[in-house]
Design a protein around this ligand. Sequence first.
Ligand SMILES: NC(=O)c1ccc[n+]([C@@H]2O[C@H](COP(=O)([O-])OP(=O)(O)OC[C@H]3O[C@@H](n4cnc5c(N)ncnc54)[C@H](OP(=O)(O)O)[C@@H]3O)[C@@H](O)[C@H]2O)c1
Length: 194
Amino acid sequence: MLGSRDPAKPAIMTWLEKSGAPAGAGTFAEAAQFGELIFVATRGTATEQALQLADPDNSAESFSGKVVIDVTNPLKMNSEMQMILAPLPDGSLGEAVQRVLASARVVKTLNTVNSAHMVQPQFPGARPQMFLCGNDGDAKGIVADILRSFGWDPIDAGKIDAARMLEPLSLLGIRLAMASGNWNYLFRLEYKPT
Ligand SMILES: NC(=O)c1ccc[n+]([C@@H]2O[C@H](COP(=O)([O-])OP(=O)(O)OC[C@H]3O[C@@H](n4cnc5c(N)ncnc54)[C@H](OP(=O)(O)O)[C@@H]3O)[C@@H](O)[C@H]2O)c1
């Protein structure tokens, strides 16, 4: 189920037609209640508002114990139309999502690639790598298995505060893509054998 402030908008109707059953759409709250596994993929600067809509009573029931995959980035344009990081009190958006959804098990991942490559990334060379971070080891294990099924080799970057590194990495990728016109990029970590 895809959540939206307006689940009947034309773009979602088109997506539903294209996806067929069992795809569905609802409010953010309906999607949060429905999901066993929840992706937060909302505009970075509006993510806290979207999460409040998803859990309007602040009861946390819709999220309690669930694995939440956070792909958001705190990005905005400056007055020179250059993409920059939006300043955040928590240090990163990943930490803000975990703070707001305190009863959920938040794992940040997939934020460093273009959405076209999140599932079944096709790149030459070795299997592509994807960073993830989060506070709950079991949740990271579940998400690592999902990443493997998508075609990634997962790399555990640490607790949720590692989002402070993964979110700026997304900005580096976007800035380079805007300069080159090539959005088909990924980041790779190589170690020289010791
Ligand atoms: N696109 C990519 O290639 C890519 C790659 C990696 C990570 N990301 C991250 O994924 C997130 C989503 O990106 P996107 O490209 O899909 O487009 P986006 O425009 O950044 O986000 C669209 C989503 O944000 C919600 N939203 C926007 N304004 C809102 C508000 N004021 N209150 C509540 N919800 C609001 C929209 O809900 P409604 O349906 O209600 O409008 C929709 O669900 C971002 O954080 C982005 O940085 C994107």
